[in-house]
Design a protein around this ligand. Structure first.
Ligand SMILES: Cc1cc2nc3c(=O)[nH]c(=O)nc-3n(C[C@H](O)[C@H](O)[C@H](O)COP(=O)(O)OP(=O)(O)OC[C@H]3O[C@@H](n4cnc5c(N)ncnc54)[C@H](O)[C@@H]3O)c2cc1C
Length: 389
């Protein structure tokens, strides 16, 4: 891994910084409001900053990973808007179509994603299939040139806001579990789809999840990505993006959050001569977190600097695991720094909200147990754990 900074990178950073300073909204706009997220995406597109690492032929700028990282660093520095409900489209649906989609699928969907014209969600988990995803039962039966889909998906982030879905369905009832699955593009406005919001503990600021029901939903066979019954393989590529590069902006954002917390703790100490800094091991925990975020950043940079035809490998599980657990430690120490004052700070940007929102981080995109299994088996070469019953 090369760590010196070239003139070209310095110029690129200056260009990114200037543009962001001129365009980042001065007033905080809440993420996961469709209009906010899509408008910001359109602003990025108009400025030439959408999908900057996507290949030029697919509407991106074809920039290398080190420039992508510089871009993310600059976005974090000025607290640029979060991807919000554009996350699935940008983070893994678009990248999956680039590596596994047909020409027609790419030509239709990629420009719409980059322009913020279409919101995507992910329909993988089911009430009876989460960690053991291959036991999914939502089915697609071929009828002429369509699949007819029946079943239900759950924990669908932004399901109620989405136009399109990366949907995993069982299309061969007789094949072994992983073999009979297809990755299809589902139009969320199709007849037969019902979307029900699921409330969460992070409360009134969040309308994050939905359960989606499919009742004879017709999806053209041309919407299958990567070949019929080959969805498990395509899903592996999607997961690589989701667990690896997809979380970089969030990681960098949390580095800024930690620095804000350190500043806050120091200010409170200066003002009153006393703060929770004096208590227990808070200073030690803040210092450890700073070191841990530096380690995560190094791990991420090393991971994306490896050439694997643009698809991250199993080490994305290490990054995902380490990041999500560190995030929970960060939000926990924030609560300890603030003490009872945290109760006053319950808005959609506050520490309390961050604390509540960090709980699911060790579940989303595969639980910590599952990430540990992957690390054990695929990176450390340990024997496979017992198969679920
Ligand atoms: C914030 C958030 C966003 C999400 N967004 C989406 C989305 O957009 N689309 C989507 O499809 N899904 C989404 N999910 C669902 C998520 O992928 C699942 O919750 C996750 O895969 C776990 O599945 P489960 O909830 O069914 O738990 P289960 O798989 O039932 O697991 C229950 C417990 O058993 C443990 N366990 C299970 N199997 C093993 C094993 N083999 N070894 C060791 N321990 C095991 C787990 O670690 C967990 O502690 C989201 C979840 C969250 C929290």
């Amino acid at each position: 891994m090369r760590i010196e900074i070239s003139d070209e990178e310095r110029e690129f950073r200056a260009e990114a910084r200037d543009w962001l300073e001129a365009h980042v909204p001065k007033v905080h706009r809440r993420a996961y409001v469709r209009q906010h997220d899509t408008e910001w995406q359109r602003t990025l597109y108009d400025g030439g900053w959408a999908g900057i690492n996507w290949p030029k032929e697919h509407g991106g700028r074809g920039l290398p990973p080190d420039q992508l990282l510089i871009w993310y660093e600059e976005c974090a520095r000025v607290h640029a808007p979060h991807w919000g409900c554009m996350a699935t489209a940008l983070m893994h649906a678009g990248p999956t179509l680039i590596v596994r989609g047909t020409e027609e699928q790419r030509a239709y969907h990629l420009p719409r994603i980059l322009k913020g014209e279409s919101v995507w969600c992910q329909g993988w988990s089911e009430p009876g299939a989460g960690s053991d995803l291959a036991s999914l039962t939502t089915r697609g039966d071929i009828d002429g040139d369509h699949l007819v889909v029946n079943g239900s998906k759950i924990w669908t982030s932004s399901g109620h806001l989405a136009d399109w879905q990366e949907l995993l369905i069982r299309t061969d009832q007789n094949a072994t579990k992983q073999k009979g699955i297809s990755w299809v593009i589902c139009d969320m406005h199709s007849p037969g789809i019902e979307v029900r919001a699921i409330p969460t503990m992070s409360g009134p600021f969040d309308s994050h999840f939905a359960q989606v029901f499919y009742n004879d939903v017709r999806i053209p066979l041309t919407n299958v990505v990567g070949g019929l019954n080959n969805g498990w393989d395509v899903a592996a590529a999607t997961l690589g993006f989701e667990r690896g590069t997809g979380f970089i902006p969030e990681q960098l954002h949390q580095v800024e959050v930690l620095e804000d917390l350190i500043k806050l703790a120091l200010e409170r100490h200066k003002r009153s001569g006393y703060s929770h800094l004096d208590e227990g091991d808070i200073m030690y925990r803040l210092a450890t977190l700073r070191a841990e975020f530096a380690a995560i950043r190094a791990l991420t940079y090393q991971s994306i600097s490896r050439d694997r035809n643009g698809t991250p490998g199993s080490e994305s599980s290490m990054i995902r695991l380490y990041f999500s657990e560190t995030l929970q430690r960060l939000t926990r120490v924030a609560i300890d720094v603030l003490g009872p004052r945290m109760m006053e700070l319950s808005d959609d940007r506050g520490w309390t909200y961050g604390y509540l929102r960090a709980f699911p981080a060790t579940i989303a995109a595969g639980t910590s147990d599952i990430q540990r299994n992957i690390i054990g088996e695929r990176i450390l070469g340990l024997p496979r754990g017992p198969k679920p019953q």
